[in-house]
Design a protein around this ligand. Structure first.
Ligand SMILES: Nc1ncnc2c1ncn2[C@@H]1O[C@H](COP(=O)(O)OP(=O)(O)OP(=O)(O)O)[C@@H](O)[C@H]1O
Ligand SMILES: [Mg+2]
Length: 489
C-alpha cells in the first residue's frame, strides 16, 4: 500500500485470493501478472493528484477522507452490492440492459467483478461478462457519497486489467444514458457510440416462472403469430387498439386515462380465429400463454370449483400471463335455476375469481365462445369483462389475404379471385383445410406422373367443392344478432 505524497490518499489494489472466481483465477494464473496479483499499488487515473486536484485545499480535504481500495467481488458482498446499485440509479433512469439479477449471478459464477471498499463497506462495483475475446461491462455502480472521486474510473481500469488478462480484445459497455459509469467510461477513453440502436425482445418469464409455467401447461408464443393472422383487418385493428397497445404501453395509456383491459371475451362462429387471436396477443405482449381447459379441471381429484381456484392461485405466481379459456360457455353457461346443479358451483367460482384476477398487474384473461348468448348474464355484466369483441367470418378481402397466405409461393400462378368467390361461407379454418387439400392433390399427381406441374386453380376449386363450409345462414343471423346485443367495445 502506498501513500500518495500530495493527496495523502491511499489506493491499494489487493490480491484476488478468496473472492476470485475459479475460471478467472485459472486464467489469471496463466496470464501476464497484473496489478491484482502482484499487490502493486496504483493511483487510479481520475484520482491523480497532479491532474485532478492541483488545489492544495482540495488535497487537504481529500487527505481527511477515509481510504478506499479495490478488490475482487466476494459472495458476501451481495447485499451491499445490490444496495449500492439501488443508490446509484436515478428514479428517472432507463431500465438497464442487464438486469441486476443476471449481473449478480455472472459475478457469483466467476465472471470478472471488482468492488471498491472502505473498511467493511462496499462503495462501488463494476461487473463484466467475457466470452472469448469479447467482453461486456454490465454494471458500474457507486454509492452516493463516493461519486466524483475517481472510484468509477479506478474500478473500470481494474476490471479492464482482469478482462485483458482473460483475453478480451474488445470491451464494450451498455448502460442507460447518463447512468453512473458513463462519465467514468468517457474519462477512461471509451468511445461513445450514438449511431447504434438497442433492440430487445423480452419474454416475461422469470427463471422461477419456468417450472410453474411448465406445470400449468403454459408457453411463450412467437411474436410472428400476429402477422400470420391474414386479413381480418377490422378485428385486428380493434384488438390491437383496445387490448394490445394499452397493455404493451401502460405509461402512454395512463397519461391518457385509458385503463388497460384485464379481461375480454371474443365471440364468433367456429374457426374464425378466436384462439389464434388470443395466442397472437400473448405473442405481441411477450407474456406466457396459459390455456385453462375445463375438461382437465373436471379430471382432477378435487371438485371443479376447487380445481379452478387452485389454478387461479398458481397463476398469481407468474410474473405476467395471458390466461385463455376456450369454449367458456362450458364453465360459465347460464345457470339453470336449480340450486343443486353442479355447474352452478364452477360458474359461481369463476365469477368470484375474476375480480381478484383483475387486481393483479400484467394479467389478461381472454375467454372465447361460439355461443355468447348462452353465457350466464351475471358473467357478462360490466365490471368483469372490459370488452366483448366479435370475431366474424372473413369478407372477400380477408379471404383473399388468407388464401394468399396458405397458397404461399403458388399464389402467383393461381387465380386467387376465383378461389375467394368460391369460398363465400368459409372460415379461415375452412380455407386452410381446402388449401392443404389442393396442395395435396397436386403433390399426389406429381408423385404419379412426375411432370413437375405446380398446384393449379382447378386443384383448389376441386378441394373447395369437397370441403363443407362451417358457416350456415342460421349461424350468420345469430352472429349478427349477437353483435347487436352483446358487443361491448
Ligand atoms: N386470420 C387468419 N389467417 C390465417 N389463418 C387463420 C386466421 N384465422 C384463423 N386461422 C386458422 O384457422 C384455424 C382455426 O382458427 P382458430 O382455432 O383460431 O379459430 P377459433 O375461432 O378459435 O375456432 P373455434 O371456435 O372452433 O375454437 C387455425 O388453424 C388458424 O391457424
Ligand atoms: Mg378456438
Amino acid at each position: 500500500m502506498t501513500e500518495d505524497p500530495i493527496s495523502g490518499m491511499v489506493v491499494a489494489i489487493t490480491g484476488a485470493s478468496s473472492g476470485i472466481g475459479e475460471a478467472t483465477a485459472r486464467l489469471l494464473a496463466s496470464a501476464p501478472r497484473s496489478r491484482a496479483d502482484t499487490g502493486r499499488l496504483a493511483v487510479p487515473p481520475g484520482n491523480h493528484p497532479k491532474g485532478r486536484y492541483p488545489d492544495p485545499d482540495m488535497a487537504l480535504q481529500l487527505s481527511r477522507m477515509p481510504l478506499w481500495r479495490l478488490r475482487d467481488f466476494h459472495d458476501d458482498d451481495l447485499d451491499q452490492a445490490i444496495s449500492v446499485w439501488d443508490q446509484s440509479r436515478e428514479p428517472t433512469e432507463a431500465t438497464p440492459a442487464f438486469r441486476v439479477s443476471e449481473v449478480v449471478s455472472a459475478a457469483r459464477s466467476g465472471q470478472p467483478a471488482v468492488v471498491a471498499v472502505v473498511g467493511d463497506q462496499l462503495v462501488g462495483i463494476a461487473v463484466a461478462q467475457i466470452n472469448g475475446d469479447r467482453a461486456w461491462i454490465t454494471m458500474v455502480a457507486l454509492s452516493n457519497r463516493w461519486r466524483n472521486r475517481g472510484i468509477g474510473s479506478a474500478l473500470l481500469a481494474e476490471l479492464e486489467l482482469r478482462l485483458r488478462a482473460l483475453g478480451a480484445r474488445r470491451i464494450s459497455a451498455l448502460l442507460p444514458a447518463s447512468a453512473t459509469g458513463t462519465a467514468a467510461l468517457r474519462n477512461t477513453g471509451y468511445t461513445e457510440r450514438t449511431d447504434l440502436s438497442f433492440f430487445e425482445s423480452v419474454d416475461h418469464i422469470g427463471p422461477s416462472d419456468a417450472g410453474l409455467l411448465h406445470a400449468l401447461g403454459g408457453r411463450i408464443m412467437g411474436r410472428g403469430l400476429w402477422d400470420a393472422m391474414a386479413g381480418m383487418e377490422t378485428e385486428k385493428r380493434m384488438i390491437e387498439r383496445r387490448i394490445v397497445l394499452p397493455l404493451a404501453r401502460p405509461e402512454v395509456a395512463a397519461r391518457y386515462g385509458v385503463s388497460p383491459p384485464k379481461a375480454v371475451i371474443l365471440f364468433g362462429p367456429p374457426g374464425t380465429g378466436k384462439t389464434s387471436f388470443a395466442k397472437a396477443v400473448a405473442g405481441r405482449l411477450g407474456w406466457p400463454f396459459v390455456e385453462l381447459f375445463p375438461s382437465r379441471l373436471a379430471a382432477t381429484d378435487v371438485t371443479m370449483p376447487t380445481a379452478l381456484r387452485e389454478m387461479f392461485g398458481s397463476l398469481t405466481e407468474l410474473e405476467a400471463a395471458v390466461v385463455f379459456i376456450d369454449e367458456v360457455e362450458e364453465i360459465a353457461g347460464a345457470r339453470s335455476g336449480i340450486p343443486s346443479d353442479p355447474a352452478h358451483g364452477v360458474t359461481n367460482e369463476l365469477l368470484k375469481l375474476i375480480p381478484a384476477f383483475r387486481t393483479q398487474q400484467e394479467r389478461l384473461l381472454i375467454c372465447a365462445t361460439n355461443s355468447v348468448r348462452s353465457l350466464d348474464s351475471a358473467f357478462l355484466r360490466p365490471g368483469r369483462f372490459d370488452y366483448i369483441i366479435p370475431v366474424g367470418p372473413p369478407d372477400a378481402l380477408a379471404r383473399k389475404a388468407i388464401w394468399t397466405r396458405y397458397l404461399g409461393p403458388t399464389a402467383g400462378s393461381v387465380e386467387v379471385d376465383k378461389l375467394v368467390e368460391a369460398t363465400d361461407m368459409f372460415t379461415p379454418a375452412d380455407i386452410e383445410f381446402a388449401a392443404r387439400k389442393g396442395a395435396q392433390c397436386a403433390f399426389e399427381r406429381e408423385i404419379e406422373s412426375g411432370d413437375g406441374d405446380p398446384a393449379r386453380t382447378d386443384d383448389y376449386l376441386a378441394a373447395i367443392s369437397e370441403t363443407r363450409p362451417t358457416l350456415t345462414d342460421g349461424m350468420l343471423t345469430e352472429f349478427d344478432e349477437d353483435i347487436e346485443t352483446r358487443t361491448r367495445l
